[in-house]
Design a protein around this ligand. Sequence first.
Ligand code: 3PG
Length: 319
Amino acid sequence: MKVLANDGLDQSGIDALAEKGFEVITAKVPQEFLADYINEHKIRALLVRSATQVRKDIIDGCPSIEIIGRGGVGMDNIDVDYAREKGIHVINTPSASSESVAELVFAHLFSGARFLQDSNRKMPLVGDTEFASLKKAYTAGIELRGKTIGIVGMGRIGQEVARIALGLGMRVIAADNNVGKASIKVKFYNNQFINVDIETEPLQDVLKHSDFITLHVPAQKEGYMIGKNEFDIMKDGVAIVNCSRGGVIDESALINALDSGKVKFAGLDVFINEPTPSKEILKHSKISMTPHTGASTLEAQDRIGLSLAEQISSILQIQ
Ligand SMILES: O=C(O)[C@H](O)COP(=O)(O)O
């Protein structure tokens, strides 16, 4: 029984699958050769992250596939409904990476609030005199404590962001058309916890009242969620983080808002063009950026590997 993990799989998943008798192949087969490879090796489960596209051509052209597994949350690279219509099981790991993505949100927030993205680029280049001028350039740092964070999308990741924000002493407001009230349990290291209920509000109100905005919504089917009109209603000096999907923010409108000072800084883990974001984005000194690494922690990938292995074994009823 062969499993192809085309975008890689954590050793935890490889070991757990091997224990159940699967042969796990972690070759990175280029998209154009993928169908032939799957047919030649009679792959029963195809596992992917966000890079490999599993569209109708693969689904129709590879009858040996019984399971398509997404190691992660977003399944916009898979024709999910079509695959299910054809009787293929499509699975993902919706809760395995929430903590890691939420922590990356704060990495970007702290980075932007204290100019780390600019400092990291410039410090290696400066001599004694420029050191002082850089220090001066970074005097307008800001604290997160006491500020308002607006969370757009109160699913698992949004709720994890809320947990961390509450622990930092931030005021949390949130928008989500599908969630009326989120009950957040904040657990401390000594196992004490507090419960905080967060009533969601209309998006416009959240955009208007936030010092920091973070987006946790799926890929948008129609247009941008955050464009010029939305930036216009935000507070002056707001900061925005996107660790959800490229295309949720209009990047041109973002650049304009950064250049005008409307937006103080942005943190981006996702881009309209992946893996080649625009040059304007890449060189902007007010953007803290990462190459879609929200789920790329040892812990998240370990959980993802185990979750996929468990689901595959259970679907194929292997004890
Ligand atoms: O949807 C997800 O789980 C994240 O965007 C992570 O994507 P990745 O598995 O390609 O890192």
